[in-house]
Write a protein that binds this ligand. Structure first.
Ligand SMILES: [Cu+2]
Length: 327
């Protein structure tokens, strides 16, 4: 019984256990904090004033009116809500992207700077009734001028499943009168990265990916179903007016595709020049329906100025197209 020889090993074992426990506890307690205001703004569906896909065709009836009042989620640097966080041009009308890693806590400090009661209702993450942002909980109806801090838990069930890529997309939107507020433009996304696939807790992006894009396919209804007011958009822009989907040859690119809206919002997102990998399957068209959330990967193989558009005939005609550029 040479117990005295065991003591150093036992001490080392205890020390290592403590390190593992404290490390994993730390990893699970990262809080991702966001300051998001809802604001009323003018929105131009085609800032160039023209059809950038087929200039000779013009904008048709969809060009009759281009600027409408929208409500948007705007991200700020802190609780003074004075410094908006700039977004890439390709994000269009989308609210700020909330990012977290499985194990994190998300805190969203919401300020309703509009004239309507609003909320933020997340998909995917775990919440209790007061943090649902809908349906009667404390965060379900924030009056004009009101503030609320939502706390969401990014548990295992909010992260990528066994067949998913290393990050997946969830929607968030206002949910007092959801159908009305979604059409107003109160839409954003949450991207959750798997725990062991993130670059770091401060930058919760997947390390096996170089670039992530988000594309919302949605028909905004501006004029009570009048055709001229049915704006067939990608991220809130029509006829190629969404710019900035730019990448370089050989980059590892992930596309997070979402749709929202009505029964006409059945979209087939199609890339020219490239295929995508969808959970092990190759395709160049991804079908999305209202509230669909899909994440697919590509490594661009051909430099070019390529179309990225909805493949539904009526939607193509109505301007649900833009370009993605491979340099
Ligand atoms: Cu479509």
């Amino acid at each position: 019984m040479h117990t005295k020889f065991l003591w150093p090993y036992l001490a080392l074992f205890i020390l290592l256990s403590l390190l593992v426990v404290s490390f994993s506890a730390q990893a699970r307690n990262t809080t991702q904090e966001y300051w998001i205001a809802a604001e009323k703004t003018d929105w131009n569906y085609a800032p160039s004033g023209g059809n950038l896909i087929n200039p000779e065709n013009g904008l048709g009836v969809y060009g009759n009116t281009l600027v409408y009042t929208k409500y948007r989620y705007i991200g700020y640097t802190d609780n003074s809500y004075s410094q908006p966080i700039p977004q890439p041009e390709w994000m269009g009308i989308l609210g700020p992207t909330i990012r977290a890693v499985v194990g994190d806590i998300i805190k969203v400090h919401f300020l309703n700077n509009t004239d309507l009661p609003l909320s933020i209702h997340p998909h995917g993450v775990m919440y209790n009734k007061d943090n649902e942002g809908a349906d009667g909980g404390a965060g379900g109806n924030i009056p004009p001028g009101g503030r609320y801090t939502y706390t969401w838990v990014v548990d295992r069930d909010a992260g990528p499943g066994p067949d998913d890529p290393s990050s997946i997309v969830w929607l968030y939107h206002s949910h007092v009168m959801a159908e009305h507020e979604i059409n107003l433009g109160l839409i954003g996304t949450i991207i959750i990265t798997a725990a062991n696939k993130a670059r770091s807790s401060r930058g919760p992006v997947p390390r096996d990916i170089d670039q992530e894009f988000i594309a919302l396919y949605m028909i905004f209804n501006e004029e009570n179903d009048e055709e001229s007011g049915l704006k067939h958009t990608i991220n809130g822009r029509i006829f190629g007016n969404l710019t900035g989907f730019e990448t370089t040859f050989g980059q590892r690119v992930r596309w997070h595709l979402i749709a929202l809206g009505n029964e006409v919002d059945n979209h087939t997102a199609h890339w020219h020049g490239q295929t995508v990998l969808d959970r092990g399957h190759r395709t160049d068209v991804i079908e999305i329906m209202p509230a669909s959330m899909r994440s697919v990967d590509m490594i661009p193989r051909s430099p070019g100025n390529w179309l990225f558009h909805c493949h539904v005939n009526d939607h193509m005609m109505a301007g649900m197209s833009t370009r993605w550029i491979v340099k």
